[in-house]
Write a protein that binds this ligand. Structure first.
Ligand code: HXC
Length: 264
């Protein structure tokens, strides 16, 4: 059950990158359930189609587009399709991400670069492509970040570096685009159950020990991250920009390093 009124985003058009699964899909469905018309892009057409079908079945409006955020021209085509369908864009959620566990010593330049290309450069590419539409009326950008880079997280030099860059980009764009009434905030989830990220980063045998390190003693849910994204797109956060909203059950503050367990 959401804490927000169902029509809170009525009349708004949103785009969620990486909307075909996990946190991106959850955010897309939550935005639609609260009245937004939601475009979803991801690399695999079948995955974005499935999410769009769920949104339409629930009474919402959706547009599913195959696009890799590493390709600016693909994002330009996404914006053209959104403009043709709805004539506007108010909300951009950058949820596309790639990750895997690898010690820096075993990580190739291409492995490091691939995650930076998807997470960091992909976020820039989408922000840049969306700007012409967002600046017509102002809008809200939500960049999905992480807490990996607040401390030293082993096996994550690629993702931590990319997410640190996303936080820096969030602050810079908030300042540059504030006068156009475009708010730019980041959302930093901790360990979230049922996501590809946790499938990749948290092997089942390590999960009980990981949970024991989290002050709230559990993984978060996709719905809880979607609620935070709703807050960052809703009028409730109208005077917030350049912020990083941490939604992690207190995990990073506890000082115990989440993935240090795996590096042991
Ligand atoms: C070391 C690896 C590797 C691994 C890939 N590479 N997997 N290196 N260990 N496990 C290297 C490859 O060897 C290659 O380098 C380079 O990365 C590119 O690999 P490709 O497979 O060609 O790339 P691509 O098909 O584009 O796939 C991108 C990907 C993949 C990031 C590698 O994992 C992916 O598509 N992920 C998408 C979904 C995802 O990861 N979601 C989870 C996000 S979790 P070489 O040198 O061999 O050419 C998240 C949460 C963070 O972001 C915070 C959690 C708390």
């Amino acid at each position: 059950m959401s804490s927000f009124r169902d029509d809170i985003l009525r009349g708004q058009v949103a785009l969620v990158t990486g909307g075909g699964s996990g946190i991106g899909a959850g955010i897309a469905e939550a935005l639609a359930a609260h009245g937004a018309q939601v475009a979803i892009c991801g690399r695999t057409q079948a995955k974005v189609d499935a999410v769009a079908e769920r949104i339409v079945a629930a009474g919402g409006e959706s547009l599913a587009l195959a696009a890799d955020v590493r390709r600016p021209e693909a994002l330009a085509a996404v914006m053209t399709a959104i403009e043709a369908r709805w004539g506007r864009l108010d909300i951009l959620v950058n949820a596309a991400a790639g990750n895997f566990l690898a010690p820096a010593a075993a990580l190739s330049a291409n492995g490091f670069g691939t995650v930076v290309d998807i997470d960091l450069k992909g976020t820039f590419n989408a922000c840049k492509a969306a700007l012409p539409l967002l600046q017509v009326r102002g809008g809200s950008v939500v960049n999905v970040s992480a807490t990996l880079h607040y401390a030293g997280t082993p096996l994550q030099v690629h993702a931590a570096s990319a997410k640190a860059g996303i936080d820096a980009m969030t602050r810079t764009l908030a300042v540059e685009w504030g006068p156009a009434q475009i708010r730019v905030n980041a959302l930093a989830p901790g360990p979230i159950a049922g996501t590809e990220g946790m499938e990749r980063l948290a092997p089942p045998q390590a999960r009980a020990r990981m949970t024991a390190q989290i002050p709230l003693r559990r993984f978060g849910t996709i719905a809880e991250i979607a609620e935070a994204a709703l807050f960052l797109t809703a009028p409730a956060s109208a005077y917030m920009t350049g912020a990083v909203l941490v939604v992690d059950g207190g995990q990073w503050l506890a000082g115990t390093n989440f993935l240090a367990l795996l590096a042991e």
